[in-house]
Design a protein around this ligand. Structure first.
Ligand SMILES: Nc1ncnc2c1ncn2[C@@H]1O[C@H](COP(=O)(O)OP(=O)(O)OP(=O)(O)O)[C@@H](O)[C@H]1O
Length: 223
């Protein structure tokens, strides 16, 4: 369970540019559920996702993941938490263009101390799950947008994370590739992953495997 309590994020606090981006967010996300964070541009979706992902810290409030409050983790602990428990999928893919698909995916395992045989096995499994194994030796530079997204999915799941965070994952995909992405999410849901997607893409409306849609407006949850 992810339990967010009284969470606030204020950028540039106590300056003329002060901006209250998240206002008293309270939210519970059950294990193995799929949750969509919806809201127009600037509503605070990415800010919330990056705080859940320990990429930034809230101004106040707590985020309990099982028994741990991850809101105030020191940087080293936060990076350990991310490496073990989280997978990220971004709209811009965040891949290394000049590396192969296989090498992009294995990067996520480097901090975890696996040996080469273990890494090879885990990478192959992730590539197969994401349906990109046939391009494993190709440079990312040469992939299509949909293939890059599948490579990004493989990288996000290679560490077998419990939680997968997706920020506008279909923003750069055409309709057919967006549907393929949604089928990958369904596969991950069936593998009991907890999935949180920040999006304003209507393609995520009314999906049968989505457990909860949370609307965010001006940094607040509106039920
Ligand atoms: N580092 C920052 N400093 C100041 N303001 C910020 C910062 N990051 C985000 N904001 C502001 O916080 C608000 C929420 O931004 P956020 O990126 O979370 O929105 P979003 O809902 O994800 O939008 P989009 O769909 O366009 O990505 C915006 O008004 C943004 O300008």
């Amino acid at each position: 369970m992810i339990k967010i309590t009284n969470l606030n994020k204020i950028f540039n606090e106590n300056t003329k540019r002060e901006f209250h981006a998240l206002k008293n967010i309270n939210l519970e996300i059950k294990n193995s559920s799929c949750v969509i964070l919806k809201g127009i541009s600037g509503s605070g979706k990415s800010t919330l996702l990056s705080i859940i992902g320990t990429l930034s810290k809230p101004t106040s409030g707590s985020i309990q993941v099982e028994d741990e409050n991850i809101a105030k983790l020191p940087d080293l602990h936060a990076s350990n938490f991310r490496a073990k428990k989280l997978g990220f999928i971004f709209q811009s893919y965040n891949l290394f263009d000049t590396l192969s698909v296989k090498d992009n995916v294995s990067i996520a395992l480097i901090p975890l101390g696996f040996n080469q045989t273990q890494i090879d096995g885990m990478v192959l499994k992730a590539l197969e799950l994401a349906n990109i194994q046939h391009k494993k030796d190709e440079l990312v530079y040469n992939l299509s947008g949909g293939e890059k997204q599948r490579c990004a999915i493989a990288r996000a799941i290679v560490n077998n994370p419990e939680i997968i965070l997706c920020d506008e994952p279909t923003a750069n995909l055409d309709y057919d590739n967006s549907l393929i992405f949604i089928e990958s999410l369904r596969t991950l849901k069936n593998l009991n992953k907890t999935i949180i997607v920040a999006t304003h893409d209507p393609i995520f409306d009314n999906l049968d495997f989505v457990n909860k849609v949370i609307n965010i407006k001006n940094g607040e949850i509106c039920e």
